[in-house]
Design a protein around this ligand. Structure first.
Ligand SMILES: Nc1ncnc2c1ncn2[C@@H]1O[C@H](COP(=O)(O)OP(=O)(O)OP(=O)(O)O)[C@@H](O)[C@H]1O
Ligand SMILES: CC(C)(CO)[C@@H](O)C(=O)[O-]
Ligand code: BAL
Length: 285
């Protein structure tokens, strides 16, 4: 696997015989890699002849008081994992390479970036849209793969690519989970052993809530019960626990859902467990 630590090295490697002339899949990450990330690399290699991954902890998507300074880093292990997953090229820039002195442009994607994480983390999606635009312009991939664990991020990127004519095919990849249902996430490393023992309840309570809605319980009652269950399990405070459209995140009607509405609806959750913020989402049916 080749390694590029700057824009210049990246361009040299993209123009090398190994990569030039082949279709290119791209997997952007923030490192501290786990099986979820590696699954995206495998999906990318099914869509393209060569695969590039990036590792960059993007300061612009962290708000004040968030975990930028402590975000987990494990670069040597990450590089070995990417190599093992058959990645051809890893781009590992430093912040100054991405945001040189005087950098000032921000990309705002609009309504799909407003609810859920966009509401709790106000500059989060503009930071993501900005860095992804820059990474796409530098890597110029044919296809890029994003995980459904960050489902709102996936929709934001699809909107960004369509609106700014970025010409990259966006592929969503399913959530990879631990045995108890916990969605794999780099931030799960923050969990203490007692916290880790209850973290899987998030997914289990979400699944139970979806079953209740499918069984005809009106959505507001099922959501209220789910919130209660989360809090009782110690998954609190609940940041959001909401049903929204899988297509554009518009809110779903607050009543018993018709079959077509149920098929469009997705449950989104974010909760705190100690100092760790867990997110998850799943289709209702
Ligand atoms: N469990 C997972 N299943 C599928 N894709 C995942 C999973 N976890 C992360 N991804 C995807 O990997 C890409 C890089 O994500 P990132 O590096 O932020 O990892 P993360 O585990 O989501 O970290 P964080 O804890 O910061 O949310 C994103 O497209 C994200 O959706
Ligand atoms: C897409 C991304 C790499 C942009 O920094 C990040 O938000 C992530 O890892 O999901
Ligand atoms: N996986 C999304 C990146 C973040 O939470 O900052």
């Amino acid at each position: 696997m080749d390694l590029a630590r700057s824009q210049e090295e990246l361009q040299k490697l993209l123009n090398s015989n190994k990569i030039k002339g082949s279709s290119l899949g791209f997997v952007p990450t923030m490192g501290a890699l786990h099986k979820g990330h590696l699954s995206l690399c495998h999906v990318a290699s099914r869509h393209a002849e060569r695969v590039c991954a990036s590792i960059f902890i993007n300061p612009r998507q962290f708000g004040p008081g968030e975990d930028l300074a402590t975000y987990p880093q494990d670069t040597q292990a990450d590089l070995a994992k990417l190599e093992g997953a058959g990645v051809d090229l890893c781009y590992l820039p430093i912040p100054e390479d991405i945001y040189p002195l005087g950098y000032s442009t921000t990309v705002d994607v609009g309504p799909v970036a407003r609810p859920l994480d966009g509401s709790s983390r106000p500059s989060f999606f503009s930071g993501i849209a900005t860095v992804v635009t820059k990474l796409f312009n530098r890597v110029r991939p044919d296809v890029a793969v994003f995980g459904e664990k960050d489902y709102q991020q996936l929709l934001v990127i699809r909107r960004l690519v369509a609106d700014l004519d970025l010409g990259v095919k966006i592929v969503g990849a399913p959530i990879v989970r631990e045995e108890d249902g916990l969605a794999m996430s780099s931030r799960n490393r923050y969990l203490t052993p007692p916290e880790r023992r209850i973290a899987g309840e998030l997914n289990q309570i979400m699944a139970k809530t979806c079953q209740r809605i499918e069984g005809g319980v009106p959505a507001p009652a099922a959501l209220a019960q789910g919130r209660e269950d989360l809090e009782a399990a110690g998954l609190r405070p609940v940041d959001y626990f909401e049903l929204r459209s899988s297509v554009d995140l518009s809110p779903m009607p607050e009543r018993e859902l018709r079959r077509t509405e149920m098929e469009e609806a997705r449950l989104f959750a974010a909760v705190m467990l100690g100092r760790t913020r867990l997110i998850d989402n799943m289709p209702v049916v």
